[in-house]
Design a protein around this ligand. Structure first.
Ligand code: AMP
Ligand code: MG
Length: 409
């Protein structure tokens, strides 16, 4: 079977993944969702002129000549805190004590910050030590958001501050493309996940917790659907059930060349499925099918392969379902550390590397064990170095890396 380029497999996945239907969701569930309709402000933010400082609301003309040597004394006629409104105006020659965020009282056109005054908290007269121009330390109504203004555009991937902006214009349930729900199933008669001692031939199941967490780290709502034995009926029932309850399904195992690699067989019977051998290392085998309208990613069982496969082929499909435009994990150029070696084999190698910032540039160092079963070494990696077919990338040369997580400083 001819190896097919990663880009072709990715394209195949994308053509079968359409964005989910938009939905109004509560604000605290909207992080990481794509906004499906632009939001315009129905009200100004701030809603009224207010003070940017703790200090004294004054008429700027009254303190035009004020300085530390020649303070201007003004009687304090009221105090106004955030959440309250002054019931008196600042008359000529008067001041009102005001806290940050409190509405500007009528009559005043500027605020003198408390540090530029003398008098203390209970003083009935304040001495102003500095002149202020009209508008000083006043945040005017609508200076953050004007009514009618588009505050968040359609297609925006909602981050924490966007949620704050939506709340500030009273949007409690934004209309978004919801995050997809991915059901994760592992397959294999050898898998044990209940803590009992291992019988000969058995191994501990490790892919499910990893794939669920990995998908979540990429902004997907992943759920653990358990392990299924290498049994046609059981597998078929699990896949049908998963496809009916999730927006996408990822299986691990059973897509290689072995006699018991049943995922590709069962998917072939149930779904519009394509089984591929991809020109990458690790993660060569990959199956993709659409089962009752739900995309199914058949990831390889070797733990590192399943991680690489979900990152390179699962992520674009899942992000397309989520309505995102940034389909792939970020690819950046790093400085190659020593040891990014490989042998020519007609495939692109994705070596697990640790990327670190050194004087403003990312440096990529391979982790020690590069075998597709060596998850313990891969666990420390934060990126995959993309090594084109050949002998590797020389130390100090540029190397493209796919970031799995943000490198720390
Ligand atoms: P398979 O793709 O099913 O042929 O599995 C390839 C290799 O990965 C075998 O050594 C399996 O035992 C191992 N493997 C498969 N699934 C898992 C899993 N969920 N957790 C740990 N190892 C697995
Ligand atoms: Mg297997």
């Amino acid at each position: 079977m001819a190896l097919i380029p990663l880009a072709e497999a990715r394209e195949h996945v994308l053509t079968h993944c359409a964005p989910r239907a938009p939905l109004a969701v509560p604000l605290d569930d909207a992080l990481g969702c794509v906004l499906a309709a632009a939001v315009s402000a129905g009200e100004p933010v701030p809603p009224w002129d207010n003070s940017a400082m703790d200090g004294f609301a004054v008429r700027s003309a009254d303190v035009a000549g004020a300085s530390a040597d020649r303070p201007v004394a003004l009687p304090v006629v009221a105090t106004v805190a955030a959440g309250a409104a002054a019931d008196t105006e600042v008359g000529p020659g008067q001041a009102i004590r005001i806290m940050t965020g409190a509405p500007m009282p009528g009559g005043a056109d500027a605020v003198v910050m408390v540090e530029r005054t003398r008098g203390g908290p209970d003083a009935t007269v304040v001495e102003v030590l500095e002149a202020v121009v009209s508008g000083r330390n006043v945040r005017t109504a609508g200076s953050d958001i004007a009514p009618g203004q588009v505050v968040v555009d359609r297609g925006t991937l909602l981050g924490p501050a966007h949620l704050g902006v939506l709340a500030s214009v009273n949007v409690r349930r934004p209309f978004v493309t919801p995050r997809p729900r991915l059901g994760v199933i592992s397959t294999g008669d050898e898998l044990v996940d209940d803590g009992r001692p291992l019988a000969p031939g058995e191994i501990r199941e490790s892919n499910r917790p990893m794939l669920v967490a990995l998908a979540r780290s990429f902004g997907v709502d992943a759920i653990d659907l358990g392990s299924v034995a290498d049994d046609r009926e059981a597998l078929s029932a699990a896949l049908v059930e998963a496809a009916a309850t999730c927006d996408a399904v990822a299986t691990s195992g059973g897509v290689s060349m072995g006699d018991f690699d049943l995922v590709k067989v069962v998917l072939g019977e149930l779904a519009d499925m394509r089984w591929m051998q991809i020109a990458i290392r690790p993660a060569k085998p990959f199956a993709f099918g659409v089962l009752d309208g739900t995309p199914v990613f058949g990831l390889p069982g070797n733990p590192v392969s399943s991680l690489v496969s979900l990152s390179l082929l699962g992520v674009p499909g899942l992000r397309r379902l989520a309505g995102r435009g940034d389909l792939d994990l970020p690819r950046v150029v790093a400085v190659a550390g020593p040891g990014l070696e490989r042998r020519p084999d007609g495939r692109t190698a994705y070596q697990r590397v640790v990327c670190r910032w050194v004087q403003g540039r990312l440096h990529a160092h391979p982790v020690r064990g590069q075998g597709s079963h060596q998850l313990a070494s891969a666990a420390d990696a934060n990126a995959l170095a993309e090594l084109p077919d050949g002998d590797g990338v020389a130390e100090g040369a540029d190397v493209t890396v796919v970031l799995l997580s943000a490198p720390s400083t």
